[in-house]
Ligand binder design. Structure first.
Ligand code: FE2
Length: 391
């Protein structure tokens, strides 16, 4: 109990400088065609434990929801149980993807009211759910495309430290066990928390969404890249990174820039009903080599990094504590800035459409996003785009 109290005090101190008092990334909601099967994919390939679910067997009639967890990452995989459900329409238009990046706050209603006063548009009004365990209040605002930011406040047995300790996620959820969980506990992938969530928006719209995060969410500009930084012979993009007041969460926003051929952002929009959405989620690990080796062993397909990349990389990056040969063997990207270095790697799209993918990132001092890798990376991405007939 005292640990929970001190954890909440710590969270309070952490969120003090953040006008909306964001405590944590509560969960990220995916709308998917088949939550039961998706849960197995993310459990077997990425090492998430299938910990809880709400479905017909627990009394849910409209939607099946699976909570899968790893470290402090909570993904909520949701499938509508009838064609009239909004999540079914979302899947019809976009395929599987991210619907909601939800933040834990002290008071969901207050945070939502503040965001509306700041110029945000409501996605849904505050609503509370309670049972013997405790109470949860949620309210949502609309961000780019069809994506929502929910504010979630949790009381008593549903407080976030309890959830981290394995407590029930919300009323209507029940615990699940799986042999896959036992395997994952014995063979961890080492993913700890959400480092950043990247959104793709239409050409010319990046600054509008940067302003939105500034005004509505009280975020501020963290880093700025322009198309000089992020371009190849063929295509380009522009990106700005917005960060919450306490840097709990970083939200880079990309837009396509002019290039000779189709950019990766345009490809995303083409397969996402010309609608902005979440392009990738970056998960933090303390040991990039271990995580990537484990994920590769489980069959995760990562972006193929051309051999040529490693010819120049050590001159650019200098000494690192990881074994350079293993970095190359595992096909990992490395970058350095004035604060330190980082290791990163991107998965291939997680579904048939070239839309959402994951990044596995390890920071050794560097707080940037791998700017030095952009050119090498995009050339690799274009090889894949070309294979899909989309360049
Ligand atoms: Fe990223």
């Amino acid at each position: 109990m005292s640990t929970i109290k001190s954890e909440m005090q710590e969270a309070e101190a952490r969120s003090k400088n953040d006008p909306l008092h964001l405590i944590d990334v509560d969960h990220i909601r995916f709308n998917v065609g088949n939550a039961k099967q998706a849960a197995h994919f993310y459990a077997s390939c990425f090492g998430f434990n299938i910990t809880q679910a709400s479905d017909l067997t627990t009394g849910a009639r409209r939607e099946a929801q699976y909570l899968i967890t790893q470290g402090n990452i909570r993904l909520l995989l949701c499938s509508g149980l009838s064609s009239t459900e909004g999540s079914c329409e979302h899947v019809r238009r976009f395929g599987d993807g991210v619907k909601d990046i939800a933040f834990t706050v002290f008071d969901a209603e207050k945070a939502w009211e503040q965001a509306i006063r700041n110029g945000g548009e409501s996605a849904y009004d505050p609503r509370s759910y309670s049972d013997d365990t405790g109470r949860i209040t949620m309210a949502g605002i609309k961000t780019y495309g069809e994506v929502v930011h929910s504010f979630v406040s949790r009381e008593d047995g549903y407080a976030i430290p309890r959830i981290k300790d394995g407590g029930r996620f919300a009323p209507g959820f029940s615990h699940r066990t799986s042999e896959l969980n036992t395997f994952n506990d014995a063979n961890p992938c080492g993913l700890k928390y959400v480092d950043h969530c990247v959104g793709n928006v239409e050409e010319g719209k990046m600054d509008q969404w940067v302003d939105w995060y500034d005004q509505v969410m009280d975020f501020s500009l963290f880093k700025h890249f322009d198309d000089q930084d992020i371009s190849t012979e063929h295509s380009a993009l522009m990106s700005k990174v917005m960060a919450s007041g306490n840097h709990l969460i970083k939200m880079p926003i990309n837009e396509p820039a002019d290039g000779l051929r189709k950019s990766q952002i345009e490809e995303y929009l083409d397969w996402h009903d010309q609608t902005p959405g979440v392009q990738h989620l970056a998960f933090r690990t303390d040991d990039e080599l271990h995580s990537v080796a484990e994920l590769r062993g489980r069959g995760v397909d990562f972006l193929r990094i051309p051999d040529e990349y490693y010819e120049g990389v050590w001159d650019r990056v200098g000494m690192i504590e990881e074994d350079q040969q293993r970095v190359k063997d595992l096909g990992i990207l490395v970058d350095r800035d004035e604060e330190g270095y980082l290791l990163q790697l991107f998965t291939m799209p997680l579904q048939d459409r070239p839309t959402l993918f994951f990044e596995i990132i390890c920071r050794r001092g560097s707080q940037s996003f791998g700017k030095g890798n952009f050119k090498a990376l995009f050339e690799a991405l274009e090889i894949e785009q070309n294979r899909r007939g989309n360049l």
